[in-house]
Design a protein around this ligand. Structure first.
Ligand code: ZN
Length: 364
């Protein structure tokens, strides 16, 4: 087993292309071809976590928060990041992070929170923008089905709860093969008219390479014609936060006690309960204060996230309850996601969840 195999598994679940522009996900330290024995999973990487990996003979650490986030300009051991990186390199330990890409998939950080809360009918709170493309191509009518199916198999044509979505229209394509060409139909230097089907499919932008490769491999023409268009539609399956519903509405204070227990919170900071019953719940693991307005627009009764500042609590417009459960607390179950992804495919492989408490915040 090599490091790359674990990277591939995680990226199949949470493609790297879904990370935010400011982020630094992926393999951060180590060689992708290095053999691995055991994997250690953590939310954060501290020097203590690297020590734990050494003690437990783990030579890959998978974390949610990237150890190297902003530029690393020296490796002199001046701070904990530098010391952790140096120690990892010295001990042949690879380091991998899946951060906002894990936030942006519906079964990721927020999907896990929703599962813990028992939410149903969940949807992405803020669907990702500028992440949808359309491919238009033209195939001989008899080959259109084969080309279309290849595009579907590569991940195109998925809209909401529907697969195999495409638009098809027959027409006439023209081309004249020049010297050196090996046309599928037609002859050199004679304008050829071919009955063709125009096929249109949409796909998430991060699948572009595999969709175009599927087209090129399955289209009978020597040089298939195709258009790639960037769409302004949001991508509803991917994005920030989730909104969902409880099966039965519950008193706000009772729900807060449930949250406290589920997330093992020492304290929850919350706004006025507004004599509300809770049915619609918006969530965003980590620092989600800037998405409060989206939770209000989605008519959530409560918004569960972390890292709210004093003035953020004034922004509820008496329409929503804020529950700040803590950054670490909200993301703690992300360790289970990594564990499930890896152990589902690698049944004989040793995967350990870190015992180190990396949450830097204590409560008195
Ligand atoms: Zn976080």
């Amino acid at each position: 087993m090599i490091v790359q195999s674990i990277c591939d598994l995680i990226e199949e679940f949470a493609p790297l292309a879904l990370q935010e522009s400011y982020d630094n996900c992926g393999l951060l330290v180590g060689n992708s071809q290095q053999e691995i024995t055991n994997v250690l999973i953590s939310i954060d990487i501290t020097e203590e976590v690297v020590d734990e990996a050494i003690a437990k003979n783990c030579n890959l650490i998978v974390s949610h928060h990237p150890l190297i986030f902003s530029g690393l300009k020296q490796l002199t051991g001046r701070n904990e990041v530098q010391r952790s990186v140096a120690k990892a390199i010295k001990n042949d330990i690879a380091i991998y992070a899946a951060h906002t890409n894990m936030d942006n998939v519906s079964q990721g950080v927020n999907g896990k929170i929703a599962q813990k809360l028992g939410l149903i009918n969940t949807q992405i709170l803020i669907p990702k923008q500028n992440s949808l493309h359309k491919l238009i191509t033209f195939a001989p009518i008899a080959h259109a089905e084969n080309v279309r199916n290849a595009l579907f198999s590569a991940g195109a044509g998925h809209i909401g709860n529907y697969d195999g979505c495409s638009f098809n229209q027959d027409g006439i394509g023209t081309f004249k093969a020049k010297d050196g060409a090996q046309p599928f139909v037609g002859e050199i230097d004679i304008l050829h008219l071919e009955p063709e089907t125009k096929i249109e499919v949409v796909f998430p932008t991060f699948l572009q390479n595999q969709v175009v490769n599927a087209l090129l491999e399955n289209h009978p023409y020597e040089v298939p014609a195709y258009d790639l268009l960037s769409l302004n539609n949001p991508l509803p399956e991917f994005g920030t936060g989730l909104i969902g519903e409880l099966k039965d509405e519950v008193d706000a204070i009772e729900f807060l006690y449930q949250i406290k227990q589920i997330f093992n919170c020492k304290s929850i900071r919350y706004t006025d309960l507004l004599a509300k019953k809770i049915k619609r719940v918006a969530i965003c693991g980590g620092a989600g204060s800037s998405f409060l307005k989206h939770a209000i627009a989605a008519k959530a009764d409560i918004y569960i996230s972390g890292d709210f500042k004093y003035h953020d609590f004034f922004e509820t417009q008496n329409k929503i309850i804020i529950a700040d459960i803590g950054h670490f607390e909200s993301e703690q179950f992300t360790k289970d996601i990594f564990y499930e992804i890896i152990t589902k495919k690698m049944t004989t492989f040793a995967v350990r969840i870190s015992d180190i408490k990396t949450n830097p915040i204590n409560y008195l």
